[in-house]
Ligand binder design. Structure first.
Ligand code: NAD
Length: 734
């Protein structure tokens, strides 16, 4: 039979080599057609008596497969939803069957009687790695990466991954890998016994695979033979009794039981290891069909997979503007942020001019890249030569004439309107015609700064988050007169440095900081009410936030909070800031408790290895409630609702115009409980009606700040959702 995505060749030893190479894609992914073809070639090779063994490999250099096309999964789920109203039983039965399709083919391959070897030449994720695990042998190139990352988008490996991994690796490592969605190097995978052989380069792979087959690789898996022993022993055994109780608490600690996908992994492994493989695969399939129907999976797949890819590919990029030629960029201000921006730019292969007031300050900013690269070299993730090559890309200087040939300037000098205005004017005088100017300001309106630049169309905001090398989000801020070319250049730059952009209109705090301020402010309210600080921090984490609000406030600095409050009072009057919050912050700053950078804040930071702990003096600031007087679940709700409500306001005001951006921005920018799919999906996921009811209940107890907005009320009445109302525009650019 002819295949569109695979080529089959056979040699005189009876070894068939199947090469996966999709002509219309840069990476191999699983589509319905691919699955049909694998199903067919397994049948063909099984029936062919001349075939003694099979090698499966990829024709794409450096990559085997990126895994399942999650859009296919979404399509499957949409079909299920459409059918649900008509005939529930048939819809569920069909979903169950379709969920099992991949697993069924892998199992057929595993039990076909012919030995298969997966020759993993590069990235091999998700369903592809599950296919490799179903093969009878696995050989990987040294720099290949592999893993089962499904849990990160709300689901889990449902084509045998939860069964084969813990039958090959010890239970603890298997669970850790599955629950964290770890990406493994070839060597690590070999240590875990998930890979049999590692070879130096791609070209040796197939030869090695043939060798394994010729050496008589058994076409039967250990677990299909009598007397098979699990690597960590049976679940019900002395060894099992050591492992499993700890699993339950580790799982809770890591997930707070918020992720149905993670919960299902633990259940699949536990229940699956008690029974033979075929029954175990049925158990996995059942949980998979269940998890796919959860709100969490639907929201996470949409935001963390589909939307994120669309934004990364330039969903908001104006069509028709040719791709920017970004060869050389400049960063002015080599401080905390500027040094980080220079580093990520150089990492992306761009030449960077890094300017500060004098040579010493500019050099100091460049030295930050040296420190970061030395860290990577120590961890074996970069070579000394990489470090030198990166530093060679950064020219540190106080001389503005170095701006004459750059395509984009990013300004990160002091947050001072006058200093910025001077820098903008000086830079403009030195820049070439047509270059774009971007400011990294956090608080000053872009439109007002653009006034210092001769061509306001070419002025834009690119707002980074700290630490720049680790935070994946950037907010691209449109001033009133920002033109399409500036927007396109900014998005091309963000894409080049491999960050995810959201495009935001110009207002105080833009998007992310507005929401984060609500988070911290709600914690202040709780403190004022007398809620014990540990309950505040724990409730936030139990709600799914990665860092408690008080710990976060320490990281961003409490004197900065004070500064922001003072600026708000200056601009909008006393009533714009809650006086109790202002007092609290003033008190901390007066006592020198300015946050982590000062060694104390809401937390104390003793010398390592001691760990930070909440400042005991917090208890004395407000009369304390007893734990039983506090509604813990409501604390969690308050955090999620207050941020979601702020996000809803930004959409209603037109600051954010696309719900995908609010969702992705909230997860990447401030870690908004990922299982919700982001601030807007949190609302859409439960429906505007339920959300408004929740807001009203909180408003009655805690005041106006929880009042639902007019748009929310209207949507609650009409049954509308943000995703329908603000239907995202389809991706415009490649
Ligand atoms: P910083 O004080 O660490 O760095 C500012 C740098 O600008 C210093 O190195 C200073 O010498 C230099 N500088 C000042 N005047 C200059 C001039 N005339 N010419 C050249 N260089 C000059 O500050 P930062 O935290 O890096 O913040 C920089 C900008 O980034 C601010 O606008 C801030 O609002 C914004 N920002 C900060 C954060 C954050 O978390 N710190 C996050 C997002 C945005």
């Amino acid at each position: 039979m002819a295949y569109r995505n695979f080529t089959l060749s056979r040699d005189e030893d009876g070894i068939a080599v199947v090469t996966w190479d999709m002509s219309d894609r840069s990476m191999n992914v699983f589509t319905e057609e691919v699955l049909r073809e694998i199903d067919a070639f397994v049948d063909e090779l099984t029936a062919d008596e001349a075939v003694k063994g099979v090698v499966i490999t990829s024709g794409k250099k450096g990559s085997f497969t990126g895994g399942a096309d999650l859009k296919m999964l979404r399509g499957m789920f949409d079909a299920y939803e459409a059918k649900l109203a008509e005939n529930r039983e048939a819809a569920v039965a069909e979903l169950f069957e379709r969920c099992g399709e991949m697993g069924r083919i892998w199992r057929k391959l595993e039990t076909s009687g012919k030995p298969y070897v997966a020759a993993i030449n590069g990235t091999c994720m998700g369903g592809g790695f599950e296919l490799a695990l179903a093969c009878h042998g696995r050989v990987a190139a040294k720099d290949a990466k592999m893993g089962l990352p499904e849990v990160k988008v709300g689901i889990f490996p449902g084509a045998g991954g939860t069964q084969r991994v813990p039958r090959m690796a010890d239970t603890q490592s298997a669970l850790q890998m599955l629950l964290q969605g770890q990406t493994l190097t070839a060597d690590k995978a070999k240590r875990m016994k998930l890979i049999d052989e590692v070879v130096a380069g791609e070209d040796e792979l197939v030869a090695k695979a043939r060798e394994m087959l010729k050496a008589g690789l058994k076409p039967v898996k250990p677990w299909d033979e009598k007397g098979f022993k699990l690597p960590s022993g049976p679940v019900y055994s002395a060894a099992g009794a050591q492992v499993w109780p700890a699993v339950a608490s580790l799982y809770r600690k890591e997930t707070y039981d918020n992720y149905p996908g993670a919960r299902a992994i633990v259940k699949c492994v536990y229940e699956g290891l008690l029974v033979p493989m075929d029954t175990a695969l049925k158990i996995e399939q059942r949980y998979f069909a269940h998890v796919l129907q959860t709100t969490e999976a639907a929201m996470m797949i949409r935001s963390l997979f589909v939307s994120m890819q669309e934004l990364n590919k330039g969903a908001r990029r104006p069509a028709g503007v040719p791709a920017a030629r970004l060869g050389k960029v400049a960063v002015i201000g080599a401080g905390f942020m500027g040094a980080g921006i220079a580093y990520v730019s150089a990492r992306a292969g761009l030449d960077v001019v890094l300017i500060d007031r004098d040579q010493e300050a500019a050099d100091k900013g460049r030295a930050h890249s040296r420190t970061l690269m030395e860290g990577l070299v120590k961890k074996g993730r970069a070579t000394k030569e990489d470090a030198e090559a990166l530093l060679a890309k950064i020219t540190a200087t106080p001389d503005y004439s170095a701006l004459s040939d750059v395509d984009l300037v990013v300004e990160a000098v002091f947050e001072d309107r006058k200093v910025k205005a001077d820098v903008i004017a000086r830079a403009a005088a030195a820049m070439k015609e047509g270059a774009i100017f971007a400011s990294n300001t956090s608080t000053i309106p872009i439109t007002s700064l653009a006034g210092s630049f001769p061509d306001t169309k070419r002025f834009i905001g690119i707002h980074f988050f700290s630490p720049v090398d680790r935070m994946m989000l950037t907010e691209v801020i449109l001033g009133e007169e920002t033109g399409d070319e500036a927007l396109a250049t900014a998005l091309d730059f963000v894409r080049a440095i491999r960050k995810t952009p959201i495009v935001v209109n110009d207002t105080r705090g833009f998007f992310a900081n507005r929401c984060v301020l609500r988070y911290i402010s709600e914690a202040y309210d709780m403190l004022v009410e007398g809620v014990p600080a540990p309950m505040i921090e724990n409730a936030a984490r139990a709600a799914g936030m990665p860092v408690g609000p008080l710990a976060l406030n320490d990281e961003v600095a409490i004197d900065l909070s004070q500064k922001i409050m003072k600026a708000t009072i200056a601009d909008e009057g006393e009533a714009a800031v809650n006086p109790q919050h202002f007092q609290l912050v003033n008190r901390l700053v007066e006592e020198g408790r300015i946050g982590r950078k000062g060694g104390k804040g809401f937390y104390d930071y003793p010398e390592k290895p001691a760990r930070k702990h909440l400042w005991s003096g917090l208890k004395a600031l407000f009369p304390q409630k007893k734990a039983e007087e506090v509604d813990y679940a409501e604390l969690q709700q308050r955090f999620l609702v207050t941020m979601a409500l702020e996000a809803a306001r930004t959409m209603e005001e037109g600051v954010v115009v696309d719900p995908r951006e609010a969702d992705v921005g909230s997860i990447l920018g401030f870690g908004y409980a990922p299982y919700t799919g982001g601030t807007i999906s949190y609302i859409d996921g439960m429906g505007a009606k339920a959300f408004v009811a929740m807001c009203e209940a909180l408003e009655a107890r805690y005041g106006e700040r929880f009042a639902p907005t007019p748009l929310l009320r209207e949507m609650a009445a009409s049954g509308d959702s943000f995703y329908k109302r603000f239907a995202p525009k389809t991706a415009q650019a490649a």
